[in-house]
Design a protein around this ligand. Structure first.
Ligand SMILES: Nc1ncnc2c1ncn2[C@@H]1O[C@H](COP(=O)(O)OP(=O)(O)O)[C@@H](O)[C@H]1O
Ligand SMILES: [Mg+2]
Length: 262
């Protein structure tokens, strides 16, 4: 507890500090080790792209960071509190108040208007109707959908649906915006528009962690974290990328293995 107090008092503390994180899934008699000891620290206003092959543990890590799931072992400090130890209610509260999550498949309520979809997190947070309306409208305007508030998801394009999902993620002013392959279901042009929006949010101070396997998407981030078989195999600022490699669409230049950053 003394340690937690010290961390809270330190203004330059990380937003996220994951240490020795493991996640195992039991499937009958088999144990799947989705995360095998992940260490990662992320500070305020970082823009991080998590990359790696399918099955490497990216979504598992994002779900734990997003307080949708708990690790089997290890610590997860979110703004100075060890969330890995939270009970269900505290975890749900942290998810609602501190996390904004954007999914590849948008996950909107199909029968509800854009505005109602964006208001949902405020409803869970106990915000009254008038304030919900006002903040919902304001956030939709922020993502460029001021003229689409009363449209249902089926009356919106893919890019507009994802904007509604981004607005829903932002409406509670979360400490971190998490996005798991947010452009995976969009054509490349619309994907670029969504990435422009993420870029603007980052410029405005938002901390962002995004999963992608598209190098064009990843190069917008300031840092790349590579996962393989549930461990971080590489972690570097994108400024270390060779511009020639970037323009050819390659990922990282050859690098010396290094200690995971903490
Ligand atoms: N709910 C689950 N139950 C059992 N195994 C799972 C579950 N979720 C993920 N896995 C397994 O954990 C590993 C990591 O999955 P995931 O985190 O989804 O990878 P990625 O997002 O990098 O493709 C995979 O082998 C996957 O099959
Ligand atoms: Mg995934």
């Amino acid at each position: 507890m003394a340690e937690a107090a010290t961390r809270t008092a330190n203004a330059s503390q990380p937003v996220i500090c994951v240490t020795g994180m493991r996640k195992e899934y039991r499937m009958g008699t088999e144990t799947i080790r989705a995360l095998n000891g992940v260490d990662c620290t992320i500070h305020e206003n970082e823009y991080v792209a998590v990359m790696g092959p399918s099955g490497s543990g990216k979504s598992t890590l994002m779900n734990i960071i997003g307080c949708l799931d708990r690790p089997t072992a290890g610590e997860y400090w979110l703004s100075g509190e060890n969330v890995a130890k939270f009970g269900d209610r505290a975890l749900a509260r942290a998810r609602n108040r501190r996390i904004g999550f954007v999914f590849q498949t948008f996950n909107l309520l199909p029968r509800a208007s854009a505005l109602h979809n964006v208001e949902v997190p405020l409803l869970y947070a106990g915000v009254g109707r008038r304030e919900r309306r006002a903040r919902g409208r304001e956030t939709l305007e922020r993502v460029g959908l001021g003229d689409r508030m009363n449209h249902k998801p089926s009356e919106l394009s893919g890019g507009q649906r994802q904007r509604v999902a981004v607005a829903r993620a932002l409406v509670n002013e979360p400490s971190i915006l998490l996005a798991d392959e947010p452009t995976g279901n969009l054509d490349s042009r619309t994907g670029e528009d969504i990435m422009d929006l993420f870029g603007a949010l980052h410029e405005a101070g938002q901390t962002i962690i995004l999963v992608t396997h598209e190098s064009a998407v990843a190069r917008r981030a300031g840092r790349h974290v590579h996962l393989m078989d549930g461990v971080v195999t590489d972690d570097y600022p994108t400024s270390e990328l060779d511009p020639a490699d970037v323009s050819r669409g390659a990922e990282a230049p050859p690098r010396q293995p290094k200690e995971p950053s903490r």
